[in-house]
Design a protein around this ligand. Sequence first.
Ligand code: HSE
Length: 396
Amino acid sequence: MKIAVMGYGTIGSGVVEVLEINKDKIAERAGEPIEVKYVLDLREFPGTSIENKIVHDYKTIAQDPEIGIVVETMGGVEPAFTFVKEMLEAGKQVATSNKNLVAAKGAELIKIARDHGVNFQFEASVGGGIPIIRPLNKCLTADEIEEITGILNGTTNYMLTKMADEGADFDEVLKDAQDKGYAEKDPTADIEGYDPCRKIAILTSLIAGQQVDFEDIHCEGITKITADDFKYAKAMNRSIKLLASSRKVGSSYTCIVAPYMIDSAHPLCGVNGVFNGIFLHGNALGDAMFYGSGAGKLPTASAVVADVVDMARHQHTNIYIDWKPEKLTLVSYDDSVNRFFVRTDSPKEEVEKIFGNVSYVENVVDGEYGFTTEAMAEKDFAAKADKINVINRIRL
Ligand code: HSE
């Protein structure tokens, strides 16, 4: 099997490395050796093992009948979409790690692959090396998945863990995450939640069986979380995690990305550092939890190569993925129901008049106190919160 890798960055070079270090096992499992014939990149890589494989025009790959599988690790929607579409139309199978591409064009590319009798697989696009896409497509197809909630971004989980452990403030931990190479130079997609938003859109599309647009998902990042918030979390035996979550409501889902204060008994509370965790509840299965390395070169490459092996074994068989292009209308954000923790310095009589029965959290930060609310719709909370001075609020 001759393959091509498009994009020789962190993940693409990891794919070449995994294929090399586990060559024999991979050949056995794929039923034949896997050989990288081309690497598509704008750059040259003189003195490396791929220096003679570099091509700069994707058409060289699309037009080569020897190429059976193409790996896309370029990132971004374009030109990745144009390249991948053309590969599928040329009868080549494609494996990608690119969540931006899958979230935006997944349903379309699955259909194009099916129409051409090939496969489009994307195990590495969510949760890095954690198996979650294939389990959803195969192992859990007997279930109605009623909830899927994940810590889907390693960078922000690293930052929040450090804030919890060291009492550090946001700017300090961001700098540390950048120094360690976890956060991008422009870390917006991580800290504003755009990265986990695309990932939960993919997972929700898979459990719903139809298109969920990430633009429809309410998305809050972690930029407003402070060291004082963690003091309250500690006092309440909770931690603060950036969750990406979908819950079934009637025939649709309520879907959100936001920081949550979760109880220390929740399985996701123990997911720390750069690790990712995905908790789900099936109506027959009950609870299940997936945990592991959600980012990084070799873990992500491992998932990409697993797709390559699977596709080498299914060269003339389309593996069915239930993700139809028809758009699913999510429950509106305004009507989504949550409980809230609120920090305020407004008089308690006012708080009780507006919120009714609340539970107080006191003596944590001077000059203010916290309280927790009953479950209520986002729009009702917003209307009530408008009437008091909210220092911060975090969902429970
Ligand atoms: N920036 C992402 C993270 C990379 O930190 O999880 C993996 O998608």
